[in-house]
Write a protein that binds this ligand. Structure first.
Ligand code: PMP
Length: 361
């Protein structure tokens, strides 16, 4: 069989070494004669898995000790509701940076619970899509927090700056960028990420929350979304997604073996440079995001002749390059190149693209 590279935006490809390990121990985990899926989340065996995963995640992101790590259900969208519910306190509003599809979706959800101040940062630079730099964001004093999404998975647009807003509580949706580069966690009040891109299987969402923000949930917040309840119960207030937690733990070990987040940063840069380089060197392919805001994780690109889209997708699939169809709201193509995608996968894609252009250009 041809080597397959999966460019899905999520659920996304996982490191093959991790899948092999899970396969080996699936039916007889650690000699128990059963799988890790079938044991109590409160058993000492699973607690050991859970604690190791949390520690490895903390090590990878250098999470300070005054932050809790919560292993939650509900995907990132559940956090769109949990954020206002946990952080509004007595305030009536929060600042929401609108840079793309997912930031906008978070605003729509927040509207159920407060009056979000929408700060539209979308702009153009030399005719290309761009986002205003942080120093131009007009934040409001009465806002309980500022929410933004550093990497827009669908739009392929990113904010690489780290926030520096003094005492403001900064909340970030890192679903499609977490662990792809080092970040300074101390600059954030809350970060959250659905697992299915750079962490592990769908069904798990990681939340990192600063201690002083716990205990402020509105009465309406369901207990399973109340950060204090989750923290007090070590993410086991109800049955957590144990298999996703275990598998994410294997991904964290893999990341550590590969050199951690700093090494991922380098490889991710090399992958993005290679792919954008091929796009920019051709008039057959096009990406319409300004260089400063290009996503290193999700690379949307268009073919000059959209009539060739289907041919491109059929031929790329045959070449073992999967899931390159762009999101339905954007069209064209999109290559998601998270941590688990090796440089060889992006090389294979670019070679295919060059050859495709030669044959159809
Ligand atoms: N935020 C971002 C940046 C995303 O990419 C996604 C999913 N693609 C979501 C939120 C929603 O995540 P979920 O499906 O886990 O609720």
């Amino acid at each position: 069989m041809t080597q397959v590279y999966n460019f899905s935006s999520g659920p996304a490809m996982l490191p093959v070494e991790v899948l092999r390990r899970a396969e080996q121990e699936l039916t007889n985990w650690h000699g128990l004669g059963t799988s890790v899926m079938e044991i109590s989340h409160r058993s000492k065996e699973f607690i050991a898995v859970a604690e190791a995963a949390e520690q490895d995640f903390r090590d990878l992101l250098k999470i300070p000790s005054n932050y809790k790590v919560l292993f939650c259900h509900g995907g990132a969208r559940a956090q769109f509701a949990a954020i206002p519910g946990n952080l509004l306190g007595d305030a009536k509003s929060a600042d929401y940076i609108d840079g793309g599809y997912w930031a906008h979706s978070a605003i729509k959800e927040a509207e159920k619970y407060c009056s979000p101040n929408t700060i539209d940062v979308k702009t153009t630079l030399d005719g290309k899509r761009a986002l205003l730099p942080m120093r131009e964001w007009q934040l409001n004093d009465d806002a309980a927090y500022v929410h933004f999404c550093p990497n827009e998975t669908i739009d392929g647009i990113a904010i690489d700056e780290e926030p520096d807003f003094g005492d403001k509580v900064v909340v970030a949706d890192l679903s499609s960028t977490i662990m792809s580069r080092p970040i300074d966690v101390s600059r954030y009040g809350v970060i959250y990420a659905g697992a299915q891109k750079n962490i592990g299987p769908a069904g798990l969402t990681l939340v990192v929350v600063r201690d002083d923000l716990l205990g402020k949930a509105q009465r309406y917040v369901p207990s399973i979304l109340d950060y204090k309840v989750l923290a007090e119960n070590e993410s086991m207030f109800n049955t957590p997604p144990t298999f996703a937690w275990y598998l994410s733990g294997l991904v964290f070990k893999w990341l550590k073996e590969k050199g951690g987040v700093a090494e991922m940063d380098k490889v991710n840069q090399a992958k993005a440079d290679l792919l954008y380089g091929v796009i920019d060197n051709s008039s057959f392919y096009r990406n319409d995001v300004a260089a400063a805001n290009r996503s290193r994780m999700n690379v949307p690109f268009q073919l000059a002749d959209a009539a060739l889209d289907k041919v491109f997708l059929d031929e790329s699939l045959q070449a073992g390059l999967h899931a390159l169809k762009g999101h339905r709201v954007v069209g064209g193509m999109r290559a998601s190149i998270y941590n688990a995608m090796p440089l060889e996968g992006v090389k294979a894609l670019t070679e295919f693209m060059i050859d495709f252009e030669r044959r159809h250009g």
